[in-house]
Design a protein around this ligand. Sequence first.
Ligand code: SF4
Length: 106
Amino acid sequence: MSTSSRKEKFRKWYGEVVDKLGYRFSRDEELVEFLLEQEVQIEKKYGSPYCPCQAIIGDRARDMKIVCPCIPFHREQFDKMKRCWCGLFVRKDVPEHEESSLQQIP
Ligand code: SF4
């Protein structure tokens, strides 16, 4: 499957999953395209679309918690940040004018 087809698959599947979790894709389309592209490359290399922003450590149980979308495993933190760690997904209740000011909270 081509990279662009795989990206579109991720886009459709992720959209359905995160919608049920109260999230949506970022409005920053350039960021979304970049991160989906990274995930396709990571999947080709490691077999799963691990998070482009979190390190794979080689511990399967822990690494499965950073397969995208990892929201269920980091729910409390992401709900506070109103976005996921990479910013690929944003909480649905975030108004457009606030989205670009959301930050990572370690
Ligand atoms: S932080 Fe965001 S982009 Fe990274 S795996 Fe989690 S949901 Fe996906």
